[in-house]
Every structure is written in structure tokens, then in C-alpha cells.
Design a protein. Structure first.
Length: 318
């Protein structure tokens, strides 16, 4: 039993019938579904999710011409859920975006700041990627005019290519700076706390890069790794991330051998992404003395048709 399924069942069994009865001329101008905040919209809800903001519910969306009917639709929805309460009533908190009634454009504005697919590079870069993930998750239960589904489809087309390349370049730089340069230096200084922070930042940027390569919006941190494992490339990367985040015992100095120039991996392996050998090279940071975490981005540049770069093992110094 999931929040999405009980919400769909309630809408199709009760709400859709009531809307057709009470708003026969309007039903063709409405859409309904459950999209946005909440683990149920990603399909990740479980028993632990049911302590807050969980239960049967749905959004209603109108086209712009029917905006004047929002108050009536809101009262109808409230009356329906009071007279025919769902088996699992949503336990709302003040911090959640409670499913409500709005125009299609206003709904998307609440999530991404614009009523439709962004029109410029600046607009795209202003929107947090996790908000774009919210805007395309969940499910549409009904769409009379098809407007909601059209906007959703335009957003699902992902970033324009120039924006995607800008974001990929940023990931490559951050990966090199954290995992390739600062992590081994910090470990050798014996600063376990900072090394842990750097390792986590490295992992975040690796995941961000995978989502961009898969043309999938990255959800917020709570669900990033879980969503990563559902992607073809992500499943392979997830195995590597589990290894570098295996709990270490003893001093942080054990993570690295006593000598080394910090410019190469002593235990590197090649991995196949989609059947093509790549130059993404991971070194695993283990207590058994494997050298360090390192990723080179040559595969990404080749895949995008960019100029091939040569790994030097050096990054921008701070």
C-alpha cells in the first residue's frame, strides 16, 4: 500500500464521480493528480512515512479560463473529503504543501517559479534542481484539457544542452577539487572531520554528474542515492560509492599509504557504462591502505563531443 495508490483509488472511486456530477461543464477543463513534495510522490513512502503528511489526497488544476471556479472547486473537495473520508486520512503539518486547487500555471510557479518550461539560461539556472525533480514526479490521475500533461512533458525533456554542459563542467571541477586534490591532502594532515566532509561533497558531485548524464533531475539529498540506484549508470556508480563510504576503523592516517605523491590511484579499475569502456577511474579509500578517491572526467568530455583532456592529477589549488 502506497500513498500514491490510495490517493489514485480515492480520486477515481469518489472524487471524479462527484466532479462529473457537480461540474459537468467544467470537468473537461480540469486535471488532477499527486505531484510535488512528499515521499509518496517519488514512490518511496513506507511505514515510517505515515507519521506526517501522508494519506489519500489529490491536487486539482484548472486551465487559466476556469480560474474563477477555484473557490467552488475547493469547497467541493473539502465537502467530499468530510462526507466521504478516505480510509487513510492525510495527517497534514504546517510545513507541508497541502494538495489544493489552483491553475496549472500557478501550481508550477509554486515549485519552479515559472508557469511553464523556463525560456532562458538564466531562468533554468535559478531553479534548484530538486524543485525540477518535484515538478515532474508523482502521477496525473486525470487531465481533461491535457494542459498539465503538456507542461509536464516539456519539463521532462530536461535541461537545454548548453545548460546541461555548464552544470556538467561545474561537477567535473568540484569532483577534481574534492576527491582528487583536497581529500588525500586532508587525510595526510590527520583531519578526519574535514576529510569526511570532503568525501561527502565528492560523492554528492559524482551523483550530480550521473543525474546529468542520464538527463534526470536530481531529487533533494534524502532521496538522491535511492534514485541514483534506479538509473542504468547510477547502479554501477552506487556500488563504488558504497565502497568508499564503508566505515573506517582506527586513525584516518590508515586511509592512505605512508608515501605517495597524490597523483595516481594504486588500485584503479575500469568500468563499462552502456557497454563502452570509459576513463572514469575510481580509487577506493579503505582502511586496508588503498590510496585515495579519484575521478577523471575524460569519458564525459568524449561523450559530449568536447575536446579530450589529459589527466594530470592536478587541480586548482586554494
Amino acid at each position: 500500500m502506497t500513498g500514491m495508490q490510495i490517493s489514485r483509488d480515492y480520486f477515481e472511486s469518489h472524487a471524479l464521480t462527484a466532479l462529473r456530477r457537480d461540474f459537468p461543464a467544467l470537468i473537461g477543463h480540469l486535471a488532477a493528480g499527486l505531484v510535488g513534495n512528499g515521499s509518496e510522490c517519488f514512490g518511496y513512502d513506507d511505514e515510517a512515512s505515515r507519521d506526517h503528511d501522508w494519506g489519500a489526497d489529490f491536487f486539482l488544476w484548472t486551465d487559466p479560463e476556469s480560474a474563477g471556479e477555484i473557490d467552488r472547486l475547493t469547497r467541493c473537495k473539502e465537502e467530499l473529503m468530510r462526507c466521504v473520508p478516505p480510509t487513510y486520512v492525510r495527517k497534514a503539518t504546517p510545513f507541508a504543501l497541502t494538495p489544493s486547487v489552483s491553475t496549472v500555471g500557478d501550481f508550477y510557479k509554486t515549485l519552479i517559479g515559472v508557469p511553464d518550461r523556463p525560456q532562458s539560461t538564466v531562468e533554468w539556472l535559478r531553479i534548484p534542481e530538486e524543485n525540477l525533480a518535484l515538478a515532474v514526479n508523482g502521477a496525473v490521475f486525470y487531465d481533461g484539457p491535457g494542459l498539465f500533461t503538456e507542461v509536464r512533458g516539456r519539463l521532462l525533456a530536461h535541461y537545454p544542452e548548453d545548460v546541461r554542459r555548464k552544470k556538467l563542467s561545474s561537477c567535473c571541477m568540484a569532483i577534481a577539487q574534492t576527491g582528487q586534490y583536497n581529500y588525500p591532502r586532508t587525510v595526510r594532515r590527520g583531519d578526519a572531520v574535514t576529510a569526511s566532509i570532503i568525501l561527502h561533497r565528492f560523492a554528492e558531485q559524482v551523483m550530480a554528474m550521473v543525474f546529468l548524464l542520464e538527463r534526470t533531475y536530481r531529487p533533494y539529498y534524502k532521496w538522491q542515492f535511492r534514485r541514483l540506484q534506479e538509473l542504468p549508470l547510477g547502479r554501477r556508480i552506487a556500488l563504488l560509492l558504497r565502497q568508499i563510504h564503508h566505515p573506517h576503523s582506527g586513525s584516518v592516517h590508515r586511509l592512505l599509504p605512508p608515501t605517495g605523491d597524490g597523483k595516481g590511484s594504486q588500485d584503479a579499475g575500469r568500468f563499462s557504462f552502456g557497454g563502452t569502456e570509459t576513463d572514469i577511474v575510481f580509487g577506493f579509500a579503505h582502511r586496508d591502505g588503498v590510496s585515495k578517491v579519484i575521478v577523471t572526467a575524460l569519458h564525459i568530455y568524449r561523450r559530449l563531443g568536447m575536446r579530450r583532456v589529459t589527466q594530470t592529477g592536478e587541480s586548482r589549488k586554494q
